[in-house]
Design a protein around this ligand. Structure first.
Ligand SMILES: C[S@@+](CC[C@H](N)C(=O)[O-])C[C@H]1O[C@@H](n2cnc3c(N)ncnc32)[C@H](O)[C@@H]1O
Length: 275
């Protein structure tokens, strides 16, 4: 007889998703579940019924495919608004927290149209920009050529499966990427792999917010992050000396009805320790 009352791990197995993904779905969808103290409890029949009407696997994989398609479509307008909406302050505020050295080899994962990539390339020896969207990369390529930057390599790849050997980079940046990722710890673990010992990961993203429309209109999978969850995930991915703080500037976005959101930005860093 299968168990009727399931814990988080058992429910994840039944749904065919990781426990991280199930925790995300629990925050965002009407999953039949109860929280008793710190533990989640699920009823097999209720979950199977919910699956039949909603299908959680389609929910997660379609969501990630949607992100790529979305950025392929919006690449030209993304670039224009990105340049207008984020003042030069954005890069300066990051670089004030994360000192760069001229000889560094840096990766910018989810580089988009290359806003941060360009600023990095003006300051370090080599920058590798990675993005899942070929259209975003096409604009990044044009931007680097216009700026005569020859120390940038642009690569079409998935953040969770980077085509680089272990210990490749001194710094790994990810600006506004993580809220599009269904399993942030998986991606942070991949960042840890490609970093050299003592290398630093730098995550810039939005703080927790309640603008639910970004999920449907901007293909965000997370409504921002709390400092505590970012610190915990960095630890889980193997980083130490985690630091999470407000970046000191906001992210601006507008929906199709002209409704605007101004969301605080957060900066999280961690270091890959010697093993
Ligand atoms: C909001 S944009 C941020 C772009 C850039 N970092 C910036 O700050 O302007 C998010 C970028 O992440 C890319 N992206 C989303 N999911 C990805 C994934 N799983 N792997 C690689 N890139 C991804 C998107 O294609 C998009 O270019």
């Amino acid at each position: 007889m299968p168990k009727e009352v399931l814990n988080l791990e058992e429910a994840s197995e039944l749904l065919g998703v990781s426990t991280k993904t199930l925790l995300k779905i629990l925050r965002e969808a009407e999953v039949p579940a109860r929280k008793i103290g710190r533990e989640w409890r699920f009823y097999r029949q209720a979950l199977l019924h919910w699956l039949a009407s909603g299908n959680s696997l389609a929910y997660t994989s379609a969501a990630e495919q949607g992100v790529k398609d979305y950025f392929d479509q919006v690449a030209p307008s993304y670039h224009e608004t990105r340049v207008q909406q984020y003042a030069k302050d954005f890069c300066d505020l990051i670089f004030a927290q994360v000192p760069l050295e001229p000889g560094m080899s840096v990766a910018d994962i989810g580089c988009g149209t290359g806003y941060l990539t360009k600023a990095l390339a003006e300051r370090v020896a080599k920058v590798t920009g990675v993005d899942a969207s070929t259209e975003m990369l096409a604009i990044a390529r044009r931007e680097m050529a216009q700026a005569n930057l020859t120390n940038v390599e642009l690569v079409n790849a998935e953040a969770a499966h980077l085509p680089f050997p272990t210990s490749s980079f001194d710094l790994v940046f990810a600006s506004l990427l993580l809220h599009h990722i269904s399993d942030p710890v998986e991606v942070l673990t991949e960042f840890h792999r490609v970093l050299k010992t003592n290398g630093q990961v730098v995550i810039v993203d939005v703080k927790e917010h309640q603008h639910h429309w970004v999920k449907t209109e901007k293909h965000d999978l997370w409504l921002g992050f709390s400092p505590a969850e970012l610190a915990e995930w960095l630890q889980e991915a193997g980083f130490r000396e985690e630091r999470v703080q407000d970046l000191g500037c906001d992210c601006y976005t507008t929906n199709s009805q002209g409704r605007a959101a101004q969301i605080k930005m957060i900066l999280a860093t961690g270091r890959k320790p010697a093993t």
